[in-house]
Design a protein around this ligand. Structure first.
Ligand code: AP5
Ligand code: MG
Length: 213
């Protein structure tokens, strides 16, 4: 089961992808999480990525494509995977398709989590993330049991640097320019599925499960 999550920043791609990965027992691959882990560990990739991420810009395709193509070729991806935050540009989508086609494979579902821009900024300022394990919370909708502490691993929760309102607006603009065209790209391939991301998280997940079967 090879799944791509599409949607604006803050639409709930990560929230849903984690649940999909758990239900279908496939890896959740988030390029944003991979970059944040690299930033935290001070790697060269992390330092390069940070200069773009802090401004709300996309990291250049050449820094992300090989990383994902290698990751999906790993043994634990044999049964499939859920990609969250990749592809984000048409060249990334084409590179993924080309890499999969070499093995006679293809993406099976592109799930677009639809949330209007008005809802996004509000959601983002309430988000808290665990850099240690990638768990995500929302101070109103899904608060952690203890304020500021991750329920799963007990580490500290942070407000992401790129969740400041002015950076969120930048990310939204970039999304509309560079990532939204992927909706047509996957629609043309006949694998696009739309879900209403403004519903409760559990309802969104049920919609997705109905699609995936
Ligand atoms: P990335 O980490 O992928 O960020 P993003 O796409 O901007 O998406 P988010 O993670 O912000 O949102 P989400 O859709 O996962 O929402 P979430 O589930 O957390 O990328 C960060 C940066 O890395 C990019 O800007 C770019 O610079 C770089 N990058 C990454 N991949 C790249 C690539 N392929 N190419 C180039 N650059 C790349 O939910 C958001 C909040 O809402 C949470 O608090 C959550 O609890 C809450 N929430 C979720 N669902 C609901 C609901 N149904 N109702 C109410 N609240 C909800
Ligand atoms: Mg995310």
């Amino acid at each position: 089961m090879k799944i791509i999550m599409l949607g604006a920043p803050g639409a709930g791609k990560g929230t849903q992808a984690k649940q999909i990965a758990s239900k279908y027992d496939i890896p959740h691959i988030s390029t944003g999480d991979i970059f944040r882990a690299n930033i935290k560990n001070g790697t060269e990739l992390g330092m390069k990525a940070k200069t773009y991420m802090d401004k709300g810009l996309l990291v250049p395709d050449e820094l992300v494509v090989d990383l994902v193509v290698d990751r999906v070729a790993a043994k634990d991806c044999e049964k499939g995977y859920v990609l969250d935050g990749f592809p984000r540009t048409i060249p990334q989508a084409e590179a993924l398709d080309a890499a999969l086609a070499k093995n006679g494979e293809n993406v099976e579902f592109a799930i677009n989590v639809e949330v209007p821009d008005e809802n996004i900024v509000k959601r983002m300022s309430g988000r808290r993330a665990c850099v240690a394990c990638g768990a995500t919370y929302h101070i109103e909708h899904i608060p952690p049991k203890t304020e500021g502490i991750c329920d799963t691993c007990g580490k500290e929760l942070i407000l992401r640097d790129d969740d400041k309102p002015e950076t969120v607006l930048n990310r939204l603009n970039i999304y509309h320019e560079q990532t939204q065209p992927l909706i047509d790209y996957y629609n043309t391939k006949g694998i696009l599925k739309e879900v209403d991301g403004t519903k409760d998280m559990a309802d969104v997940f049920n919609e997705i499960v109905a699609i995936l079967g």
